[in-house]
Write a new protein. Structure first.
Length: 163
């Protein structure tokens, strides 16, 4: 279900973005998911704003997962979406074993999409009224390679500088 990676360079970048955009639109139209016309408009907006290919792919993956989740929950349109549905989506992501950072990224993509829909009154602003926070553990610093440590110490002449 993910979009395959393509290499882009120079003038081919726009054509590559156009191909990815066309592929996303085609997949949206093939699937019968709640809110598909709004998702199509959202991706046209992203494409118009000239976002990166990576952003298009990430947004598509996150939104597709969200809409499939809503479909499994029996939601047929986005106007009936509630804050509890958003919380249930996050819980389902965690139950699937997604890492906290991935779940947080998917949630951020979904929230951006929902914020896009609020001015058109497709989604109630109450859905995003209370923020959902996903705690992501702090990354630990990586140790230096032992060979690099030896090279660094071999350069210092003064004993005081070695520690």
């Amino acid at each position: 279900m993910t979009l395959e990676k393509e290499s882009f360079d120079g003038d081919r970048d726009y054509t590559g973005k156009q191909r990815i955009f066309d592929r996303i639109v085609r997949r949206i139209e093939e699937q019968v998911l709640p809110g598909a016309p709004h998702v199509r408009q959202y991706f046209q907006n992203l494409h118009r704003r000239n976002v990166s290919v990576h952003t298009l792919k990430t947004a598509f993956t996150a939104l597709q997962g969200f809409l499939v989740f809503l479909q499994k929950c029996g939601k047929v349109d986005l106007s009936s979406l509630t804050h509890e549905d958003l919380e249930a989506f996050v819980e389902s992501q965690q139950d699937q074993g997604l890492k906290p950072l991935s779940a947080k990224s998917n949630l951020r993509q979904v929230q951006t999409f929902l914020r896009y829909l609020i001015p058109g009154e497709i989604v109630s602003s109450d859905v995003l009224a209370r923020p959902i926070r996903i705690k992501v553990p702090d990354a630990l610093p990586r140790a230096m390679d032992p060979l690099d440590v030896k090279r660094l110490l071999s350069v210092t002449q003064n004993v005081r500088d070695r520690p």
